[in-house]
Structures are given as structure tokens and as C-alpha cells.
Design a protein around this ligand. Structure first.
Ligand SMILES: C[S@@+](CC[C@H](N)C(=O)[O-])C[C@H]1O[C@@H](n2cnc3c(N)ncnc32)[C@H](O)[C@@H]1O
Length: 301
């Protein structure tokens, strides 16, 4: 089970450590800018989807949050689309924008649910006939997520991979998993305390069995082990004083998380963040935050 989730007395999921909606709003522009680098993955994905002969696709966005992934992908896929936005946080999915476009035709539904619900959701889309070509109503299926894989435990990642790989084998489902944190963070100029802060931050990202910085490699290996074709593209954030609100928040949160992991770092982190924010205000700071996008298609690379 997700270590950040628990079940309330009435059986509905509670998220212990919800992702704040204002953080998702703040990062959206940097996310979309970073994803420009993965345009070639979209070209390959489009070719795969069009090869089915269908003119529309069913897309499941796992951990959809407030809808940023859909906002990025919908106008770039070309085909008509039906989206299912799935998230275990009712608060976020409740305020997610639901795109409804006419060109291409885009319709959307929202579901509160966790990664464990993905296999049943995919199963419900399975074609009744023995067709191996596509999913519901003759449409191919794409499972996607953005900024999710590094939040999963190894067990949750296996559920995701197993669900997508079996749907890939039986009806050519594909996967596009974007903006997974890699743990490679470069802040320039360097600071003597960068290492200590990074160590505590990364340990926190791996708390309770969460994959954190190991997610992209682990998930790619699992898909490759299932005989799927995996293509990875770096989609780092490149932040400077031009993106000062996001950079400011990123630095403050990075220090706070490091202290949560190791309370002995409190004074070190306070002084570190003060130096970093001063450099940001002086237009002297560049922050590169490592991410990757991964395209997974049926069949070997
Ligand atoms: C960092 S946010 C990204 C949200 C959105 N994809 C975006 O790019 O803005 C991660 C999202 O995944 C959701 N999430 C985390 N673990 C989940 C799980 N096990 N099952 C379903 N949703 C999950 C969170 O509630 C949150 O909305």
C-alpha cells in the first residue's frame, strides 16, 4: 500500500501526505517546458497509435492531480481522445480541469482511485472479442502519468508495469511516463553543504520503500524484462531567477524535507537556504533538477 495513504473508517482513501495543489500549479510551466525535449517520443507514440487504424485513443492518466499531463498531451496527440483521470487524492482530482475540445475531439472522466485500481480499469476496457489489435470500442489504449513514478513503492511500480505489459501483449497498449525525478540535482555555484542537504533529501524520497530516485531505472528494467520496448529521454527542469517563484519554493521545500529526514540539519539547512535565496535574488543561481520521460511500446526495442 502507498505509505502516504490510509483508509478512513468509512472505507474511503485518505492521503496522509497530499501533494499541494498550489505546488502543482507552480510547477506546471516548468514541467511543460521540460517536456519539449521529449517531442520525438510523441512522434513514435503517434505512429504506434495510428498503426492500429483507429482515429481515437483511450488514455488513462494515473496520478493525474489537477490535470497538467492532459493539458500538455491532449493538443499534441492529434487523434481524438477519451481520458480517464485517476488519482487517489479526491481533493486534487475533484478540482482537476477536464478538457473538452472539439479539434481533436477530447472528452474526460475522473475517478478517485489508486494504482491498485489500474488493472481492473484496464480490464474493464478490454475488448469483448478476441481482437489483439486494440482496446475499448476499437480504440488503442495509452497509460500515462507525470511526476508519479518516483512516488511509488516497488510493489506499486510492479502493479503498474504488470498491468501495462499485459495490456500491451494482448491489445497493444502503450505507456508514456513523464517527469520522473532522477535525483540528479545540480545547483550552481556549488555550496559546501549541498552534499549534506542532497543526502538527507534523497533518503527522504526513499522513505517507507518509495522508489524515489531509483524509480526510472527500476521501472525501465521491469518493462524491458517483460519484453517491452523502452525509450528514455532526459527532461530536466532548468531553473533560474527567471522562474523565481518556483525556484524559491523548490529551495525552501528541499531544505525543509532534508530537516524532516534529519532534524540535526536544522541550522545547516537554514543557513544553506538563506545563501541560496540570496543568490537567487542576485540572479546568480542556476538549478538543474533531473527528470526523465519514458515511452514504452509493445515489442522489443
Ligand atoms: C507530483 S503529483 C503530479 C500530478 C500531475 N500528474 C501533474 O503532473 O501535475 C503526483 C500525483 O500522484 C498522485 N498519487 C500519488 N501516489 C498515487 C497512487 N499510489 N495512486 C494514485 N495516485 C497517486 C498524487 O495524489 C498526485 O496527484
Amino acid at each position: 500500500m502507498d505509505p502516504d495513504s490510509r483508509i478512513s473508517e468509512d472505507g474511503s482513501p485518505l492521503v496522509n501526505r497530499p501533494v499541494p495543489a498550489d505546488w502543482l500549479a507552480l510547477r506546471r510551466e516548468a514541467d511543460h517546458r521540460a517536456r519539449e525535449k521529449s517531442a520525438h517520443l510523441l512522434d513514435r507514440l503517434q505512429r504506434h497509435l495510428r498503426a492500429s487504424g483507429a482515429d481515437s485513443v483511450h488514455i488513462i492518466d494515473v496520478g493525474a492531480g489537477t490535470g497538467s499531463n492532459q493539458a500538455w498531451l491532449a493538443t499534441r496527440l492529434g487523434l481524438n481522445q477519451h481520458w480517464t483521470l485517476l488519482d487517489h487524492d479526491a481533493g486534487l482530482i475533484g478540482v482537476a480541469e477536464m478538457l473538452s475540445l472539439s479539434t481533436p475531439q477530447v472528452s474526460t472522466d475522473r475517478q478517485v482511485g489508486a494504482i491498485e485500481d489500474l488493472p481492473a480499469l484496464l480490464e474493464s476496457l478490454k475488448p469483448a472479442s478476441s481482437s489483439r489489435e486494440h482496446g475499448p470500442e476499437g480504440r488503442p489504449v495509452l497509460v500515462t502519468c507525470a511526476a508519479l513514478l518516483d512516488l511509488l513503492t516497488a510493489a506499486e511500480a510492479e502493479i503498474l508495469v504488470e498491468a501495462v505489459a499485459s495490456a500491451g501483449e494482448t491489445w497493444q497498449a502503450a505507456g508514456l511516463f513523464s517527469l520522473t525525478v532522477t535525483g540528479a540535482v545540480q545547483i550552481s555555484p556549488q555550496d559546501p553543504e549541498d552534499g549534506l542537504i542532497s543526502e538527507a533529501f534523497d533518503a527522504h524520497q526513499r522513505r517507507g520503500g518509495i522508489l524515489g530516485p531509483d524509480a526510472a531505472g527500476a521501472v525501465a528494467a521491469l518493462f524491458a524484462g517483460r519484453g517491452m520496448s523502452v525509450t528514455v529521454q532526459e527532461t530536466d527542469w532548468e531553473l533560474s531567477s527567471d522562474h523565481s517563484d518556483l525556484t524559491h519554493r523548490y529551495l525552501i521545500d528541499r531544505a525543509a524535507v532534508a530537516v524532516e529526514q534529519d532534524p540535526a540539519l536544522e541550522q545547516t539547512a537554514e543557513a544553506w537556504v538563506e545563501r541560496r535565496l540570496h543568490q537567487l535574488a542576485q540572479h546568480q543561481l542556476l538549478v538543474r533538477v533531473g527528470h526523465t520521460d519514458m515511452l514504452v511500446l509493445p515489442g522489443p526495442s
